[in-house]
Design a binder for this molecule. Structure first.
Ligand code: FES
Length: 145
């Protein structure tokens, strides 16, 4: 019999009560990423003023782990400078959620990539250079082995 994946309490909490769901009108940066393999899509909105992320919101059409990782990712980037937001990697999101089952790790990658996509959009609009930021992919499935 295959094993049922176990989720931490934090994952369950962020799935059941996701923070920062919605859109930001006239956002400083918007990024959308999907994974063609599972069909999930995540869109992140960032409101950036004076180089600081004042607000972050998301809309995710996806699995519970994708919702929990989007929720946690938006919580983690809020209040950070755009440079500091680069430290919000999928690993950081997973750690903040007390881990994810191995089959769900790609969901946290979607969150990292969606943040990068929103930052990229902001950088393109403003001409700001964000160290370490690479052009995001629209299909995260390309990054997986
Ligand atoms: Fe694909 Fe969760 S199953 S993002």
């Amino acid at each position: 019999m295959s094993q049922v994946a176990e989720y931490s309490e934090k994952v369950m909490d962020h799935f059941a009560n996701p923070r920062n769901v919605g859109e930001i009108e006239n956002a400083s940066g918007v990024g959308t990423v999907g994974n063609a393999k599972c069909g999930d899509i995540m869109r992140m909105y960032l409101d950036i003023q004076d180089n600081v992320i004042r607000d972050a919101k998301f809309k995710t059409f996806g699995c519970g782990a994708a919702i929990a990782t989007s929720s946690m990712a938006t919580e983690l980037v809020k209040g950070k400078t755009v440079e500091e937001a680069m430290t919000v990697t999928n690993k950081a999101v997973m750690e903040a959620l007390d881990g994810l089952p191995p089959v769900k790790i790609h969901c946290s990658l979607l969150a990292e990539e969606a943040i990068h996509a929103a930052l990229w959009n902001y950088a393109e609009k403003t001409g700001v250079k964000i160290p370490g930021l690479e052009k995001p992919v629209t299909d995260i499935g390309e990054k997986e082995a």
